[in-house]
Design a protein around this ligand. Structure first.
Ligand code: ZN
Length: 437
């Protein structure tokens, strides 16, 4: 979401609290990485909120003793539930005790609503539900007795993580996991904006990888809307966000699944056809594009030198290079924390808009990663006039994403192939002149 709209919403919307990352992620000293939930404001004004929480697009129902939906069951849930969660006297939901069941219900609603707000802004239009022919609103069920979670046609229902011994871990409710909820909403956005392959002959290998990658990119771009998360990321890296072998630099954050996905170093030759694995080079290429645009912004604002940018974008030759790069970033970051933060948010908003334009233009049929790359290059022309196309091309080339070796696109066409010249020209190129039949 643009920083301007975010500031506007903060004045008119409804306030909630969300943990940017799960409470079970710990610092090296054993204390939680994000001990307090961060206050966020969603776009719906207090006057339009309903108890639940609920609004015109979605609602939470805290189902009691519910079994997961299966083949024969679907929304709406008609069983027992406690009274819906109500706002404070001014219509906000930020007052709830983080250890209460009400908080879990409210934070699930707020997470999905906030991520939808963010992406509707990047798309510059309302994102309609892909299940709208059957249901007008998304049903969200926060805490069912299940060591799993699922998003389905018209619903999201979430249980808990698992303990090492395989039992339900009530300390890890999925409904409070921002990354998981945002990822699932990302799938909904792709269903709505890209659609699904229509031919049974279409194996959809890259389509499957694109779906998983989009879920993760939906989440990471949304995660970069938390002030606490952005500050933590910059503090631990000093703005040195190059992803190749970057996990060691993000320190305690490297236990975050979303960070591990973003900072991956996989190329196409490292992965197979399983969608989650296959998603990694695509996610990496797009996250790298964001990082390169961020660094370009730092150079443009005189915050780092072009030389440091160039050194940190190439594969470093030695540990000494890496140390020097980090030392240079640390020196540049000190005293310029706010400017670094602004540059990162600008890069975030660029990549958010770029992805929305890209996803809005993709056909789901026989989709390849090369199609995604071409759509990104075209989208950049729309968003920046083509300024970042070289960055996109470089990031995708490093990940080995390009036309398939067998693609007809790579086949040259000689004049003979085109019938513009006979196979054995007896004289010069004048034979290519078209003659009236
Ligand atoms: Zn997924």
């Amino acid at each position: 979401m643009s920083q301007r709209l975010d500031a506007q919403i903060a004045n008119i919307g409804t306030r909630f609290r969300i943990f940017p990352q799960p409470r079970f992620l710990k610092k090296d000293d054993g204390t939680p990485l994000f001990p307090e939930p961060e206050e966020v404001t969603i776009s719906v004004p207090p006057g339009e909120m309903r108890p639940g929480p609920a609004d015109g697009r979605m609602f939470v129902v805290d189902a009691v003793d519910k079994l997961p939906y299966g083949q024969m069951t679907q929304p709406p849930y008609r069983g027992a539930s406690p009274p819906p969660v109500r706002p404070d006297g001014e219509g906000h939901f930020a007052h709830l005790d983080p250890d209460s069941r009400e908080f879990a219900a409210a934070t699930m609603y707020a997470t999905v609503r906030r991520v939808l707000d963010i992406w509707e802004d990047y798309f510059e239009h309302r994102i309609d539900w892909h299940f709208e022919s059957d249901f007008s609103r998304l049903e969200m069920i926060p805490l069912i007795e299940w060591d799993n979670a699922q998003s389905g046609y018209g619903f999201l229902e979430f249980g808990y993580g698992r303990t090492p011994s395989g039992t339900i871990d009530h300390a890890r409710p999925y409904c409070e996991n921002f990354d998981v909820l945002a990822h699932e909403l990302g799938h909904s956005i792709i269903f709505s904006e890209v659609g699904v392959p229509s031919s049974p002959q279409d194996e959809g290998v890259d389509y499957g990888g694109m779906h998983e990658s989009s879920g993760d990119l939906t989440a990471i771009v949304a995660l970069l809307h938390f002030e606490t998360f952005v500050r933590y990321l910059l503090e631990s890296t000093k703005g040195n966000l190059l992803t190749v072998n970057g996990l060691d630099r993000v320190g305690e954050l490297s236990d975050s699944r979303q960070i591990r996905v973003a900072f991956n170093a996989k190329r196409m030759s490292d992965v197979g056809t399983e969608p989650h694995e296959r998603s990694l080079p695509l996610t990496g290429a797009i996250f790298d594009t964001m990082v390169e645009v961020f660094q370009q912004g730092l150079v443009q604002h005189g915050l780092i030198t072009a030389d440091l940018r160039d050194r940190s974008t190439q594969l470093p030759g030695s540990a000494a290079d890496l140390k020097k790069i980090q030392a240079d970033f640390t020196a540049a970051y000190q005293g310029h924390e706010k400017e670094f933060e602004k540059a990162l948010l600008d890069a975030r908003d660029y990549i958010g808009r770029l992805l929305a334009v890209t996803w809005g233009s993709l056909s789901p049929n026989f989709l390849t990663y090369h199609d995604v790359l071409r759509a990104l290059v075209r989208a950049d022309r729309e968003v920046t006039g083509g300024a970042n196309q070289p960055i996109i091309r470089d990031c995708f080339a490093w990940r080995e994403i390009g036309p398939a070796a067998s693609s007809r696109l790579l086949r040259p066409h000689t004049l003979q192939d085109c019938g513009l010249r006979t196979a054995r020209p007896v004289d010069d190129a004048t034979r290519t002149i078209w003659r009236k039949p």
